[in-house]
Design a protein around this ligand. Sequence first.
Ligand code: DGJ
Length: 695
Amino acid sequence: MSITVYQDKYFLLNTKHTSYVLYADQDQLLCNVYWGKRIERIEDFAGMELQKYHESLRFQERMEECSSFGGMRFKETSMKVTFADGVRDFRYKIKEYRVEDNHLAIVLEDIYYALRVTLHYHVYEEENIIEKWRQAENIGQDNIILERFYSAEYGVAGTGFQTINFNGHWSSEFQQYSESIDCGKKVYESLYGLTGHNVNPFFVVHQNANEDQGDVYYGALQYSGNFKTVVEAVSTEYVNILTGISDTDFEWVLKPGDIFKAPSVFSGYSSNGFTNMSNTLSTFARKHVMPKPLADKALPILYNSWYATFFDVRYEDQIKLAEKAAKIGVELFVIDDGWFEGRANDEAGLGDWYVDREKFPYGLEPLIKRVNELGMQFGIWIEPEMVNPNSNLYRNHPDWIYRYATREVLMGRNQYILDLTNNEVIDYLINCFDALLSENNIAYVKWDMNRYAAEIASSSQDTGEYKSIWHKNTQGIYTIIQTLRKLHPTVEFEACAAGGGRVDFGAMAYFDEFWTSDNTDPLDRLFIQEHYSLIYPIKYMRAWLTDDSMNHRTTPLKFSMYSAMCGSLGIGTNLNEVEENKLKQIKEYIEEYKGIREIVQFGHVYRLKSLKNADIQAVQYVNEDSSALFVFLDHGRYGKKYHCVNLKGLDPSSIYRYEIDGTEWTKSGAFLMNRGIDVQLVGDFDSLLVRFEKI
Ligand code: DGJ
């Protein structure tokens, strides 16, 4: 059983390898008293009430499950409310708790005001994940204002922790940083109106962990809007972790009878480092978050013409590209930005989702037909949330954007943001894209988003509710994609936001993959991809071969292909300008990728060596019977020729067959993991792919 309750005040949430224990103290303050390796006996926790109790500082001392602003709390709290009479703290009693299968709901009610907060815990026993979310319900007659309502709160006892998140910007997503959190708090927040390229909505708190060792506490927030994660060393006793919708410029008016549900957090504990965390999250994501049916199917190899033709998407060129793409083994042919009316560059057209008849005189149909005849599926690019001032949509509906009435509207990439709190706008977008997908045989959609939000105000909302717009905008996006998916259940959707600006577990529930970064430099990508894989599944990581990189660096085709083959492979090269011999080689790499694609996309990932602290990067993917190992050397050092790589995740007693440079070997899993193999890489940008088969 995954949930056990003892004396109505101890709640033990057990997964296969972990335990999370809650305790309602003598004042019914709900606290976390343990998070770590699995403990069977809940009775062992009895007596906790005798320990550590200092009346006036008890809120500071306890690792609360639902701390609310006020009441002698001086730490970051997970909620803040204002009642109609101006009182601003939530003092609760536990009204009841319910256990159904793997689900625990604990209902808290204010002792005076009509506010009910329900804390939800869902235990995924096999997957070692606990999902937490909470909801607020107004059970009275007066409005209640939620000024902060995070999704979940966690406490980790002890000191000497480090916290990890990403930092970055467009083209430099997923730069990983680890910092000590010995005093004060560390805040990771997005105010971009979406996840953004900067920090990312997850937390990782660890104690000197590495890939294979150390305690790691982690959680991924299922949200694609403004978020905040706070990690605070509260006195020297514990680290408090809070995550949820950002409270900066947030306010939600909870009217009588209303319920506000905060997004879920998928959390876990690893007693053996980061690799376990990454694979636990990916396995869980595949089973419980990714949309079906694609969750269990390998993604097709796509060709995207963006880097080949940019906005100049024309029938004749695309046909030529498609013919070449089919020859090299591409399975999905995608036209990117530029196919619709008025879109000669990024200054016009967004919002007018009709085929440009000058570029496609007979519509998309002839191109799609040819692409299908060539044995490929057809895909297309859209950017639903945006409008250019130079578009018919804007000319007809200038009030359909977020704006302050008295200010000149700010622009980003020459575009405005459509007001998704307005149902008319939502309907317009759903109808447009439903028509596009119904009238054409489109198997894939790349949903892009290319500017950050500001001036969140809407003519369809009361001025008193403007601070709710950020969240309503995120809900609007989810409504559109959810509706389109329902109407077109077989279409594959990719989430892109100027590269990797919308990579999160919220988007994962509606999209089948992420565009990781516009940075396709094969070397930069090794770092981006390595860090991305800490939290997110490899399958969702689209990676392309392109001609030029933003660093104008030249790398051998093999290095570039292998770098892209570490994820879900795509090709973005201008095939119309590639000479035959190179095309032939690309074709061979694609063939090679097809042979390992299931291992890469569905296997466990092992980050064996990193160029951050070693001469090579080595990354390995492992499934039941096979494994694929990629090794990269950026530049040779001091004449060193051989690099030892110790594999991981193999069965020690099985024998594996593999081949390197034409020589076949058979060795035991134990040898490959403990002794390791010496691989030869020399010069600049050398690389190697080795496939291992259990025999
Ligand atoms: C940004 C995306 O990240 C690119 O891949 C491309 O689709 C452009 N937008 C198109 O405008």
